[in-house]
Ligand binder design. Sequence first.
Ligand code: 5AD
Ligand code: SF4
Length: 480
Amino acid sequence: MKNKDYLMPDLKLEKKRSLKKDNATNYRDFQMSLEANRLGQDKKYFVKTYGCQANVRDGESLSGMLEMMGFTYAEVPEKANVILFNTCAIRRAAEEKVIAEIGNLKYLKREKPDTIFALCGCMAQEKDVVEELLQKHPQIDLIFGTHNLYRFPSLLQEVMLKKIQKVEVYSQEGEVVEALPVKRSMSAKGFVNIMYGCDKFCTYCIVPYTRGKERSRRMKDILDEVLDLKQSGRKEVVLLGQNVNAYGKDLHMEDGFTDLLRAVSDTGIERIRFYTSHPRDYHSSLIDLMAERKNIMPFLHFPVQSGSNDVLRRMARGYTVEHYISLYNEMIQKVPNITFTTDIIVGFPGESEADFEKTMSLVEHCQYDMAYTFLYSARLGTPAASMPDFISKEVKKERLQRLNQRLRDIAAEKNKTYLHKVVKVLCEGASKKNNEMYAGYTEDNKLVNFSCSWNCLDEIVDVEITETHSYTLNGRVLEK
Ligand code: 5AD
Ligand code: SF4
């Protein structure tokens, strides 16, 4: 048995928000010790990322740190000396996937006992889950959390040299650490964090606990990253935050996100998108700016969660359906070519048939281009987890199916209007369906699989749509 060194997460501390007004965010630059620099000589790494784009961006920094330590990339976990699971905790199903995957790879540890198994991300911030992981998979060498990502090289060094099992999870956010190394996963576009954490505490959601309070990055650091991406030839930036509309609140900015977006647009990068917009912190100025600037894409991911005011109130979303619809109508009016996607939770505790029907009506009104739909999953420690819930799993599943069917039909109808149109697509690489074709997104975020007679990777090309499906389009590039 290895020696253990544990600093476990604590939900009560994770929930805490400082009441002090002047509790300003502190910033500092990443540094790595010289010893860690040589740790990866002749060794390989494999990072498996689960969950949202914030995790994808974290994965890019984790890979960046590993390469800075001298590790090289392994295409499969079987060839790696360090295997890192960068995890998601949003629903139990996401966690179960990770737990099963670690189990599937256990044999590697038996074959090569020096292989390091490390786990980070949102699952690491949940005490009960960390305990479950250690009990089911005692072969894990290192667990670290979302607030000490930058400590990865030092932690890995300790685990490799001292041969201990280490858990180091901070329950409260510290400084925002800048200048982390990064190995970008895409050459066409780049992800840029603009803020971390969430203060909304929707009653079903674990994110405010696992990611801590809202902290904005300084505008200059964000703009430098965008300019870097532009200089490297990338055509698109994706600005990330749990709730981008709250950007700059902690920096005492009045209308921070609109100001930031204007400055990003001024850099001249060809395409800008952002995730995720919360209806609560919305400013009209944002949509005016979207209408005015060609390089801000006419697309909005605008999570509604439910079409029932009663459910929204119990979710503590902070808006009514009527308010959501008025924002939606304003956007359609000011940016007529805008497309929308949303998130919907089905089967929230106490959701009645009438509540669900209201969600169906909302979907009818908003005619979403796509929606991410989820069965409610109870998260330990969140208020909704202790709300009474009498609806059976079967009823919930049947509702989800009904909703998905209607969403698919709406999406298929909308996509039919693209037939024979010529759209601008940023080519991101080979199509997943057919690797003789390319894939990329239109300005309004439609996924297009298309043929092209030259290698158009990273180019924005004119594609004629030849076939439409519910959630994808097919086409061919017009010759130059
Ligand atoms: N159960 C189901 N879905 C959830 N989401 C967040 N928490 C839960 C939960 N406990 C969904 C919300 C959110 C998206 C990222 O995940 O719809 O917008
Ligand atoms: Fe979760 Fe709500 Fe914050 Fe989104 S806004 S991360 S759903 S608490």
